[in-house]
Design a binder for this molecule. Structure first.
Ligand SMILES: [Zn+2]
Length: 199
């Protein structure tokens, strides 16, 4: 049987990417092998990104430094927006038109998937509110049961610490059962603007 080892190896590696099946992986492999400049550019970009992009020590967003650009910016509004994933920050910064601070939980509570509070970056939120003097915490977690549960957990945690901070969550206008990245920019912006207070 005719097999080209490195071609197969590349194809197999590409199938590990999200939404890339066998067929797409094969098509990309052929493309890269006939466009070696593009292939080299992509290989170098992947190497650089994986080497240099880490996570901010404070908010857990993508960063090239110990503290990300947002955490180092003293001029932002004292609002802490809690999101699930580092990519949510990029999305919100793009659509929001406001300069807030962020905190990434790294997931949502889900006992079936072993996602307990201890596995998430949740317990440093009260400390941040206290030390950085936030006047509002906006919960912008996924519009799912797990997202809501996580939001209530955070709300209770803040109440337990007797922190005098307004707690809000994004409005119900956005469709349930998906994550933030599936919302269009305008819907997301409105959901954030029409946020409701959690008492
Ligand atoms: Zn940060």
């Amino acid at each position: 049987m005719y097999r080209v080892f490195y071609l197969e190896k590349l194809k197999k590696a590409l199938t590990k990417l999200p939404s890339i099946g066998e067929k797409s992986a094969e098509r990309i492999t052929f493309f890269l092998l006939s466009n070696k400049e593009v292939a080299t550019e992509i290989a170098e970009a992947i190497k650089d990104a994986t080497e240099h992009v880490k996570f901010c020590n404070k908010c857990h967003a993508f960063s090239e430094e110990e503290l990300c650009e947002i955490c180092r910016d003293p001029s932002r509004e004292k609002v802490l927006c809690v999101v699930e994933k580092p990519e949510d920050v990029i999305l919100l910064e793009r659509v929001l038109g406001k300069k807030w601070y962020y905190h990434i939980t790294g997931g949502v509570l889900s006992p079936i998937n072993n996602k307990t509070p201890e596995t998430l970056y949740i317990h440093d939120i009260p400390k941040r509110v206290k030390e950085e003097g936030f006047k509002e915490v906006v919960l912008a977690l996924p519009p799912t049961v797990e997202g809501d549960t996580t939001g209530y957990y955070i709300r209770n945690l803040l109440k337990e610490h007797n922190l005098n901070v307004k707690i809000t969550r994004i409005s119900r206008g956005i469709p349930r059962g998906s994550d933030l990245s599936f919302q269009d920019g305008q819907t997301l912006k409105e959901a954030l603007e029409e946020r409701k207070e959690l008492t």
